[in-house]
Design a protein around this ligand. Structure first.
Ligand SMILES: Nc1ncnc2c1ncn2[C@@H]1O[C@H](COP(=O)(O)OP(=O)(O)O)[C@@H](O)[C@H]1O
Ligand SMILES: [Mg+2]
Length: 353
């Protein structure tokens, strides 16, 4: 019998559109000999739908415009057949899914919320559990745990909430020296991230980040190359891919550089000396373990000109289109894109929760 794989896409997140592209990639490439796919879309205002239409509609965002959707609810009790198809206010069908891949980025999807719901329902899923997802989503919490683990150096940072007194924060920020990077603690895809070159530009950047989240980070600028490592846990073993490198070809790797324009260059494998390559791979695995991650995560670093390695952030559900770093890095070591999906889904079903 084929494995019944649920794919969640969309979501109440500033990265909704990115999720649609990732999910399109997964749905069109998943091994149909092994998996029966059930696509489940979540709108920007949080409604869940079973999607029965053509996959192109996911890519272009029109999936919930027409007749191809049926209301869906999740029964949180661990009794099986947790996915309820609702028609005219009544439960018409109860679906059982063997495993779910939440192809959701950012808030309400990558941050432990959906993970908690699936855990209550007893449905296995790809990615870390709710606690680990929540911690990894929060750059301030992540920093503390990675620091305590000694797994890698990090940028010095001032952590600030909306209600904190600004003047003393400003003095701490001055100590970092300009430029600084201002970013929301719990966002992604560079939404709300600003490189601030002068003290005069700080306030505007703080407001911009606070529009995304009530907690933000102001970090010292790390001048280095951007290196990403894909980490996968299969059969209890944690493996790191070859590192990849991104040259944004622009001031920094902002939203437009990620998704709109093509100034960025990608190098797989990254242009690193063997010793540095081994070091980032080893540090990526240590960080994955320190944060108690499961199945997958992408660990991002800066490597400075002198070869020193600085951890930047971790993504527990990284971009997943066929040209995204996570699958591409494993494809470099001989897996196909669909092998990567299979490996993750099988790993998710095996693990004990
Ligand atoms: N401390 C820093 N020094 C230099 N560049 C940074 C720093 N923090 C972030 N950046 C730049 O901003 C981009 C987005 O920041 P990141 O922390 O990765 O947040 P996101 O979760 O939005 O991807 C990075 O890819 C990098 O180009
Ligand atoms: Mg990033």
């Amino acid at each position: 019998m084929k494995t019944r794989l649920g794919i969640l896409f969309g979501g109440m997140s500033s990265e909704h559109e990115v999720s649609l592209v990732s999910a399109y990639g997964v749905i069109t490439n998943v091994d149909r000999d092994k998996f029966d796919v059930t696509p489940i879309g979540i709108t920007k205002d949080g409604k869940w739908y079973l999607f029965t239409g053509g996959v192109e509609k996911i890519k272009d965002g029109s999936w919930c415009d027409g007749e191809d959707v049926k209301e869906l609810a999740v029964d949180p009790a661990p009794r099986g057949a947790n996915f309820l198809v609702i028609e005219e206010g009544a439960v018409r069908e109860r679906l059982t899914l063997d495993v779910v891949f939440p192809v959701l980025h950012g808030a309400n999807g990558e941050d432990g919320t959906v993970q908690g719901l699936l855990e209550m329902a007893g449905v296995p899923f790809v990615g870390p559990d709710h606690t680990s997802s929540g911690v990894c989503m929060d750059k301030a919490f992540t920093k503390r745990i990675v620091k305590e683990s000694g797994a890698a150096a990090q940028a010095r940072a001032v952590i600030l909430t909306k209600n904190d007194e600004r003047e003393s924060a400003r003095r701490e920020i001055e100590k970092l020296g300009y430029p600084v990077f201002v970013k929301p603690a719990r966002a992604g895809s560079s939404v709300g991230v600003t490189k601030v070159k002068t003290p005069e530009a700080l306030d505007e950047a703080l407001e911009r980040a606070f529009r995304e989240d009530g907690k933000i980070l102001v970090e010292e600028f790390i001048e280095g190359r951007e290196i990403e490592v894909a980490v996968m846990e299969t059969a209890g073993e944690v493996v790191a891919s070859v590192p990849g490198e991104i040259d944004p070809g622009f001031e920094f790797y902002d939203y437009d550089t990620k998704y709109q324009n093509d100034t960025a260059s990608y190098y797989i494998p990254a242009r690193l000396d063997k010793a540095v390559e081994d070091e980032v791979r080893e540090r990526a695995v240590r960080i994955f373990k320190a944060l108690d991650c499961r199945t997958l995560s992408r660990v991002d670093f800066f490597v400075k000109a002198d070869g020193s390695v600085v951890f930047n952030e971790i993504n527990t559900i990284p971009g997943f289109t066929p040209i995204s770093m996570y699958p591409k890095l494993f494809m470099q070591s001989g897996m196909s894109y669909s092998d990567v999906i299979t490996a993750l889904a099988e790993s998710a079903m095996k693990k004990e929760r």
